[in-house]
Design a protein around this ligand. Structure first.
Ligand code: NAD
Ligand code: MG
Length: 387
């Protein structure tokens, strides 16, 4: 093993981001070493990854999974279990990729930053729910967050050179949204959409939760909160613009009127490679543009009446404290209920709105408080989806 190899921990290795991270690592050859992986299901896949990349540390969700995995691998890798296992794995490696979906990714975010690692963050839910707590560990020597989420990776690049806290030289961040599969539909039409329709994203192929979030525009709402937490910019300075081609991944407008954008064809392997390689750009060329083809870039305002999730996210930002955690937790429960055919598509955002209505102001100052708030919001949402 050469000492210059960058060691990578990839948590959520079997998902959409996880699988694409593995493709970037394969392409990069010897530059990286995969030292730890974790996954929630698909143990055969997890074991195959461990074998292919000769990974020494593997995380699973339960003792039963650990036993099953041990049988599949038949070697003596270290197997760790549950949230404590994720926390442990997030202290290994130089770069920690958080590709877990949902609030379950929280231990990875907090542990990687506390251990002074570079966190390559796909898991937006942990940052959104725990923003004040993440802030406390972000200053750990060596710690940094590089966003894998394509819009935020674009913003991060367009902000290079804007170094003052709070970015006073930035007027507006224009967060682009594809508009999802239901762009242009009215509230009446949206009342009849199916799970099959919601899972057919026009430009990106992603895991089920974020695909549903994209159909309600809750993903974009969550991304407003994510941008605000990542870059220390108030949510009111983050604007959403629909851009159906998903080529301009976001834009930063400076006070002098200059607008910087990052473009590529939609391909998550590009932001993943950016986060793995930084400050060096990997010579891989994912999503390369052809400017001689008939390139069309359209922009339009989002329909905030048909897609109320967007304003709910701004409302959560205005409320501050644990409100974003409530929004995200309620959304997780509602999306799960939708995927399990318990509620209709329109009810997803309705449930989130009703839960947020019940929010009791709480400044998040400890992890215990966060877990309490998360549990309360989940309980309320559960009651609504099963009623
Ligand atoms: P996915 O459902 O395809 O994969 C999720 C991964 O997390 C799987 O490997 C699963 O096994 C693992 N996992 C779930 N619960 C776990 C637990 N308790 N412990 C360990 N592992 C667990 O999801 P995805 O689409 O890859 O999304 C992952 C994250 O990245 C989400 O937060 C999503 O919002 C974000 N993101 C995804 C994309 C995309 O293109 N897929 C783009 C931007 C951001
Ligand atoms: Mg995104």
């Amino acid at each position: 093993m050469s000492p210059s190899r960058t060691r990578v921990a990839l948590l959520g290795a079997t998902g959409s981001i996880g699988t694409q991270t593995l493709e970037v690592l394969r392409e990069a050859g010897d530059a990286f070493e995969l030292v730890a992986i974790a996954g929630g299901q698909r143990l055969a896949e997890l074991s195959a990854i461990a074998k292919e990349f000769n990974v020494a540390h593997v995380g699973v969700v339960s003792d039963r999974d650990a036993e099953e995995l041990r049988g599949l691998m038949g070697r003596d890798e270290t197997i760790v279990v549950g949230a404590p296992g994720l926390s442990e794995l997030a202290t290994l490696g130089d770069v920690v990729v958080n590709a877990v979906v949902g609030f379950a990714g929280l231990p990875v975010t907090l542990s990687a930053l506390s251990a002074g690692k570079r966190l390559a963050l796909a898991n937006k839910e942990s940052l959104i729910a725990a923003a004040p707590l993440v802030q406390l560990v972000r200053d750990t020597p060596g710690a940094s967050i590089l966003p894998i989420d394509s819009e935020h990776c674009a913003i991060h690049q367009c902000l290079a050179g804007s170094t003052l806290p709070g970015h006073p030289d930035v007027r507006t961040i224009h967060l682009t949204a594809s508009g999802g599969p239901f762009r242009g539909m009215t509230r009446e039409q949206l009342a009849h959409v199916s799970k099959h329709d919601a899972l057919r994203h026009p430009t990106w192929s992603m895991g089920p939760k974020i695909t549903v979030d994209s159909s309600t525009l809750m993903n974009k709402g969550l991304e407003v909160l994510e941008a605000s937490a990542l870059f220390g910019i108030e949510a009111q300075r983050v604007d959403v613009v629909v851009h159906p081609q998903s080529i301009v991944h976001s834009m930063v407008e400076y006070v002098d009127g200059a607008v910087l954008a990052q473009l590529s064809l939609p391909d998550m392997r590009l932001p993943i490679a950016y986060c793995l390689g930084a400050p060096v750009r990997l010579d891989q060329g994912w999503g390369r543009m052809d400017f001689t083809s008939n390139l069309q870039l359209d922009f339009e305002a989002p329909d905030r009446l048909a897609f109320p999730a967007l304003d709910l996210a701004y409302e959560a930002a205005r409320l501050g404290g644990a409100a974003p955690a409530w929004l995200s937790a309620a959304n997780e429960i509602a999306v799960e209920a939708f995927l399990n055919d318990q509620i209709s598509w329109s009810r997803i955002v309705e449930v989130v709105a009703r839960v947020l209505d019940r929010y009791v102001a709480c400044e998040l100052s400890s992890i215990e408080e966060l877990f309490e708030n998360d549990a309360t919001a989940r309980r309320l949402a559960h009651g609504m989806v099963t009623a």
